[in-house]
Design a protein around this ligand. Structure first.
Ligand SMILES: Cc1cc2nc3c(=O)[nH]c(=O)nc-3n(C[C@H](O)[C@H](O)[C@H](O)COP(=O)(O)OP(=O)(O)OC[C@H]3O[C@@H](n4cnc5c(N)ncnc54)[C@H](O)[C@@H]3O)c2cc1C
Length: 396
């Protein structure tokens, strides 16, 4: 089979879907095809996350993350309104539980001001008016942080793509991308499509799909985030979103509590190196992925820097008691019996050969291909803005 499209998007997660939709909105007569290797859209990161509509607190002013999360929030709200998608701006508190954290909380407050985010600094008593069971000597309240089901958003994006004349083919794993005289051939199994531009939104496989058409200097490192769900009797311990002050020595936010739009409360995610790109438990092991990681000088450098924190994360992964202890710093009334294991997610985090984690969103490419090489959190919040930005990069 061979057909020609003006753009082919690889990856049916929220970023690929938002990109395909933005291309169709931007150029209504264009033919756009989206290829997804799974039988369902949003099977990986986009369907396995915390569901938080981030405010954009943590990102460096001037970064792509800061700009795209701000624009993405606005577009997401419009999109949800148009499709009647449930979302709730329940607010978030970032809680300082010790004196050394107070200075870090103040720096976060300054960052929030720099981003123009509405915030309120709270003392312990004011914190407990918002979250009666939270421990903490001070907190930062971000009332604009919300929750949504990104899997639902992804599926409504797919509806719009089809409505706008785009095609979505499931069960198609892209294995070859070859450019010949301005035409790009994309192959999955026995199927071949021709296009003038490929957009690679392959998430946990973005570096591999990128290497099909040329070298890239980053490698995706899969960090699993494990969650517990609170038993229904314990849900009243959490009203909205309760986060710790992030540890500057650690690239992730630390375990926290998130209320889900479906009514439950999740605790987590932690961050452990997954033994497979789509490794949702310790039993999911890929020898290819392990061999690649073992040979990756960047990962060895990263491991040397973070071995202590990493060991703590592994311990919390193996011991529910240790996980509960970490959670009790934020909500002391939580007990181990309140926690039920829930589905995990795996973050696609790009790593450079020198061992630095790519901090910002990263896009690369040329006239015939665009790669989304790093789109971790808050890329679900920012997805519609990322789609807009990529559509603007694709030559007409
Ligand atoms: C635990 C966790 C919690 C998070 N919490 C939040 C949050 O609260 N708020 C927020 O904004 N963000 C959050 N994120 C981040 C957010 O989920 C991701 O940034 C976002 O979903 C990335 O979307 P994506 O489309 O790039 O990737 P994905 O959703 O992973 O989609 C990539 C798709 O590409 C497909 N694919 C891969 N290779 C091929 C191939 N060769 N051929 C065809 N298809 C291919 C995959 O099957 C997959 O469906 C979280 C992420 C995780 C893991």
């Amino acid at each position: 089979m061979s057909a020609t499209f003006e753009a082919v998007v690889v990856g049916g997660g929220i970023v690929g879907l938002a990109t395909a939709r933005a291309l169709l909105v931007d150029r209504p007569t264009a033919s756009v095809l989206l290829l997804e290797k799974e039988q369902h859209l949003a099977s990986h990161q986009s369907g396995r996350n915390s569901g938080v509509i981030h405010s954009g607190l943590y990102y460096r002013p001037g970064s792509a993350k800061a700009a795209l999360v701000a624009r993405g929030r606005v577009l997401l709200e419009e999109f949800c309104e148009r499709h009647g998608i449930a979302r709730e701006y329940c607010g978030k508190v970032v809680v300082a539980t010790s004196v050394p954290e107070l200075a870090r909380l103040s720096r976060l407050d300054e960052l929030a001001q720099a981003h123009g985010l509405p915030t309120r600094r709270l003392d312990g008593e004011e914190l407990r008016e918002i979250e009666p069971h939270a421990a903490g000597i001070a907190a930062l309240h971000l009332p604009g942080t919300g929750i949504v089901d990104y899997g639902t958003v992804a599926n409504r994006l797919a509806d719009e793509i089809r409505h706008l004349g785009g095609e979505i083919h499931l069960g198609q794993r892209v294995e070859r991308v070859a450019t010949k005289g301005g035409v790009v051939e994309v192959t999955a199994g026995d199927h071949l499509w021709r296009t003038t531009h490929v957009v690679n939104c392959a998430g946990l496989h973005a570096d591999r799909v990128a290497r099909l058409s040329g070298p890239v200097d980053v490698r995706i490192t899969p960090f699993r985030g494990e969650y517990y769900e609170l038993r229904p009797e314990a849900r009243s311990l959490v009203r909205g979103l309760i986060y710790p002050v992030p540890d500057p020595a650690f690239p992730f936010l630390g375990v926290h509590f998130t209320r889900s739009i479906h009514g439950g409360v999740h605790a987590g995610p932690n961050a452990v190196l997954a033994l497979s790109r789509e490794g949702y438990s310790w039993r999911d092991v890929s020898l290819r992925d392990i061999a690649e990681m073992a040979g990756d000088p960047g990962l060895r450098r990263l491991a040397r820097r973070y071995w202590r924190t990493g060991t703590g994360e592994v311990w919390r992964s193996l011991s529910r008691r240790a996980f509960a202890r970490a959670l009790r710093r934020l909500v002391p009334d939580i007990t181990i019996n309140d926690l039920v294991p829930a589905a995990a997610g795996v973050r696609a985090q790009a790593l450079r050969p020198d061992g630095t984690l790519v901090e910002d969103f990263e896009f690369a490419g040329d006239d015939s291909v665009t790669h989304v090489l790093n789109a971790p959190s808050p890329a679900a919040t920012a997805s519609l803005a990322i789609g807009e930005r990529i559509a603007a990069r694709v030559p007409r």
